[in-house]
Design a protein around this ligand. Structure first.
Ligand code: ATP
Ligand code: MG
Length: 564
């Protein structure tokens, strides 16, 4: 065995152990996984876990991962979702190469197999209505009852199934059911439906079909057609595994995939359900699927979260069998970890207050050297223009400061970062008594931010030259929900936070911020991480707050918040 062979994969979890053992024991030559989204909505961060797991395993073990659309329900599925899902998987950093598939490509084969089952006496057409079938199904404690159509002759089922396909019957009139065991303790084995009538055009197959396979009939068989070795899904499918295996065993499929379940990813202050997310969009609680408050991949991207941060989060959480809720602060921590390393530092003033330096020459501009990223010397520096009139953050000044306020106040000296020390001498107010301007003096000997006599102001402020400031709109984002466990005590919609978005107009930013490309997140010094929004245009800048600077994950952990 070479050294490489004996090196365990970087990430160890029970699924990777199974895959490693299967390869070691020669059960498969190559691992094949798949990510199987239903194109009925945008991907969310929960999907990122499944994507990272499926594509990650294929990468680590030298196999391949398919992207397969589970497009078996034409009433809910749209091309927009197919496109967004592909864009999001790519953005997350994964690539399916030539292995892009659609369950609808297998409709003909699936139909053939359904006919095989009928011929073998293992499936029948049932004339009961959906309600009657439900009544016959029984409960967890009571067995189900046989449908009166369960033992109809094979020929009759074949005939009816053919007529279902040719469009003779209305929606819901009949279904094709597997004939397994109405007394099975596992309800999924009580003659589950395999095909239903649905007179609906399909985005890919058009009007060719008016019967569509159920998820359980399509999924495992699609896996088998593609030669998937490990069909990795979330825990809610654990009870479907006996059916998955039954179908594989009873059909002449070309390969035998194995289903393995893992725990879903969930977060505090977050709801991950496409059905609910769709309602948020349709009822206009948000700006769209890619609203920066949405837990969708498109939303997180628009919010300024780097893909690397999302991948790091997935690694931190790991893969297990127990469903749990991850603190959203952990995701934020992972994202800050990446941004702290990579984000360029910039100056922006969200709520501007004018500062005039009375002893600074009018009309003079100095270029101050400002470091782009103290964590990354290769990011270099930029020139910040400094002039007599500046803008500072309104909350960096208090006329009558309490004890612990160390920033600017009358008679007090502070450092303007990369520039000079300034002292406030006078406060100018308007007729309404609102502070509109600070009159200050500067110490020319402190250029660059250090005093020759070694004195050190207690505060360092950011600033922007009034002559060079560029106006911008800044959108401040916070959790979409006001409680960590939305919906726990009532309607989800009542828990939507009224403060999840605050739009600030009249913000001012340094010249370098006029040119931040879409997709890049920067740090506004002392304020947080921000990125240009899709709505941004030259001359009409819009920035989103990605996150504040303070990492609260350690605190949340220490408190052991476990309310959910
Ligand atoms: P939702 O229930 O959130 O609407 P879904 O499970 O219906 O999502 P699919 O398109 O069927 O969405 O999911 C594609 C794959 O992603 C499936 O294998 C599913 O198990 C996985 N997946 C979905 N949600 C999560 C999650 N929260 N954590 C991990 N994997 C997930
Ligand atoms: Mg689903």
């Amino acid at each position: 065995m070479s050294i490489q062979d004996s090196t365990p994969p970087e990430r160890g979890d029970f699924i990777r152990e199974i895959v490693a053992a299967d390869l070691r024991d020669g059960r498969h030559e190559q691992v094949v996984t798949r990510f199987p989204p239903e194109p009925n909505g945008y991907l969310h961060i929960g999907h990122a876990k499944s994507i990272a797991l499926n594509f990650g395993i294929a990468q680590e073990f030298g196999g391949r991962c398919h992207l397969r659309f589970d497009d078996t329900n034409p009433t809910k599925e749209e091309q927009e979702y197919v496109d967004s899902i592909q864009a999001d998987v790519r953005w997350l950093g994964f690539d399916w190469g030539e292995h892009l598939y659609f369950a609808s490509d297998y409709f003909e084969q699936l139909h053939e197999w359904a006919v095989c089952l009928i011929q073998a006496g293992k499936a029948y057409v049932d004339d009961l209505s959906a309600d009657e079938i439900r009544e016959h199904r029984g409960t967890f404690t009571e067995p189900g009852r046989d449908s009166p159509w369960r033992d109809r002759p094979v020929e009759e089922s074949l005939d009816l199934f053919g007529r279902m396909r040719s469009g003779e019957f209305p929606d819901g009139a009949r279904v094709l059911r597997a004939k397994i065991d109405m007394a099975a303790p596992n309800i999924n084995l009580r003659d589950p439906a395999l095909y239903r009538i649905l007179h609906a055009a399909h985005p890919r197959t058009g009007n060719k079909w008016c019967i569509y396979p159920m998820y359980d009939f399509a999924h495992g068989q699609s896996d088998a057609i593609e030669g998937v070795t490990h069909s990795i899904c979330t825990l809610e499918f654990e009870d479907h595994r006996p059916l998955y295996d039954w179908l594989i065993e009873n059909l002449p499929v070309p390969s035998r995939p194995r289903q393995i379940e893992f725990a879903r990813l969930n977060f505090t202050y977050t709801v991950l359900s496409k059905r609910f997310l769709l309602r948020l969009v349709e009822e206009r609680h948000v700006r769209g699927w890619d609203d920066p408050r949405m837990p969708t991949i498109a939303g997180l991207r628009r919010r300024g979260f780097p893909a690397e941060g999302i991948r790091d989060l997935v690694d931190m959480v790991g893969v297990g069998k127990a469903n749990s809720v991850v603190e959203v602060e952990m995701l934020e921590h992972a994202v800050r970890g990446v941004l702290n390393r990579t984000a360029l530092r910039r100056f922006a003033v969200l709520r501007p207050l004018k500062l005039v330096i009375e002893n600074y020459p009018e009309g003079q501009t100095e270029e101050m050297d400002a470091v782009n990223n103290p964590e990354d010397a290769s990011a270099g520096s930029r020139k910040l223009p400094f002039t007599r009139e500046l803008w500072i953050e309104r909350e960096d000044f208090m006329e009558d400061p309490p004890k612990k306020f160390f920033r600017l106040a009358p008679g007090r000296e502070v450092r303007l970062r990369y520039a000079y020390f300034v002292t406030c001498n006078e406060v100018v107010k308007d007729a309404a008594g609102e502070i509109v301007e600070l009159r200050c003096t500067y110490d020319p000997a402190t250029r660059g931010g250090d005093a020759p006599d070694g004195r050190k102001p207690k505060a360092t402020l950011h600033w922007i030259s009034a002559d060079h400031a560029i106006p911008a709109e800044v959108r401040l984002y916070d959790h979409l929900f006001s409680r960590p466990d939305p919906g726990a005590e009532g309607d989800l919609f009542d828990d939507l936070s009224p403060d999840s978005e605050e739009v600030l107009e009249g913000c001012l930013v340094e010249p370098a911020l006029a040119e931040v490309p879409l997709g890049e997140t920067v740090q506004f010094e002392r304020l947080g991480y921000f990125c240009p929004d899709l709505d941004s245009a030259p001359g009409q800048l819009v920035f989103n707050r990605t996150l504040g600077l303070r990492d609260t994950w350690a605190k949340v952990q220490a408190q052991g918040r476990r309310s959910v």
